[in-house]
Design a binder for this molecule. Structure first.
Ligand code: FAD
Length: 316
């Protein structure tokens, strides 16, 4: 029996979520006495580092046509890799690529799929996966009965185990099918920190009054090494780009530290951020709903509090 883990990459480097997924797969392999193998696609450096996360072998399908993300091609490559290693369980991160490849692969392999797992499956006589539902308000325990099982792991929900191991990297050559997806243009990748992978996120809402006031939010984020985010109305009215919008209809994030500045804490916003480990809310209204979800609350004017925070952090 073997477990195959898709280690995703971005701009030629493995993503933080890839290391998490590999660690999850390796821990599951240890629990079930299986072997764990990772698969990497396209031109990627630092693949050997995956050994430290518990896999002893990495298959590398390095065909340059896999450099631009095409879920149909990646699905085909992973299906072939699964066949070649006899994988009965395939692991993804529940991120952009996992969300688009895992369901395609499940259909192709007639496999049971559980998305957004938050802990290792219970494998005592079955295969039961725990996931959060209703925006984290309840848990579901999903039993997978199919011969092949696919699990996607919610980012930032498991502890990565890092050891001293090393992995052998094997070239994995497979015929890449032509697909109906054609990349017309590749825009230069932004140097901004990825919102879904950031450890710290500084987010602001309508309380900031206008786009011209985001300088202090960006400065605070820069001092903390954080990504920036915003509430939905802020993106809707064009104060900030849509790719910063978090919540039920935006990105769901689970950073270690989330700053909510001038955001009321509506249920639709909380749905995307309440998995954060620590939440700090700054709001002039002591009755703002965010204070109920926050670990730390500052009742005060963002225009006074944020500059003071920046000043204090600079002194650290
Ligand atoms: P407001 O509700 O206007 O709140 C501004 C806050 O700033 C207030 O609490 C105020 O006290 C505070 N404030 C004002 N001045 C200051 C100051 N100087 N300093 C500090 N604090 C100050 N919203 C999302 O964010 N994400 C979603 O994904 C999302 N999806 C939705 C889906 C549906 C179907 C619907 C119906 C709504 C959705 N919404 C979503 C909208 C959501 O209901 C709220 O309207 C929205 O989150 C409010 O944004 P806000 O907190 O920035 O603005």
């Amino acid at each position: 029996m073997s477990i195959l883990i898709y280690a995703d990459s971005n701009n030629g480097a493995l993503t933080k979520n890839a290391f998490e997924a590999v660690s999850y797969g390796a821990q599951l392999a240890q629990q079930t006495g299986s072997s764990a193998v990772a698969i990497v696609t396209g031109t990627v450096s630092g693949i050997e580092d995956l050994g430290k996360y518990g896999v002893s072998k990495v298959l590398h399908a390095s065909d340059a046509s896999l450099d631009n993300f095409d879920p149909q091609k990646i699905t085909h490559v992973i299906a072939e890799a699964a066949k070649s290693v006899g994988a009965d369980t395939i692991i993804f991160s529940h991120d952009y690529s996992g969300k688009s490849v895992a369901p395609r692969l499940a259909a192709k392999l007639d496999a049971g799929l559980v998305t957004g797992a938050i802990s290792l499956p219970n494998t005592d006589g079955g295969f039961i996966v725990k996931k959060a539902v209703f925006s984290g308000k309840a848990f579901a325990f999903v039993e997978v009965n199919s011969a092949t099982k696919i699990v996607s792991v919610l980012p930032n929900s498991i502890e990565k185990k890092i050891g001293e191991g090393s992995a052998t990297v094997e070239a994995f050559s497979v015929e890449i099918p032509s697909t109906n997806l054609k990349v017309k243009e590749v825009r230069k990748e932004s140097t901004e920190l990825s919102l879904t992978e950031a450890d710290i996120v500084v987010s602001a809402g309508r309380g900031l009054k206008g786009p011209e006031n985001w300088g202090m939010i960006e400065e605070l984020a820069k001092e903390l090494g954080a990504a920036t985010a915003c509430s939905r109305p802020v993106a809707d009215i064009g104060w900030r780009p849509h790719h910063e919008h978090v919540g039920q209809t935006g990105f769901a994030i689970r950073p270690n530290l989330y700053f909510a500045i001038g955001i009321s804490g509506a249920i639709q916003h909380l749905a995307g951020v309440n998995g954060s480990k620590v939440i700090v809310a700054i709001n002039t209204d002591a009755e703002a709903p965010f204070f109920k979800a926050a670990d730390y609350g500052i009742v005060g004017d963002a225009f006074e509090v944020v500059p003071k925070l920046i000043e204090a952090i600079k002194k650290l």
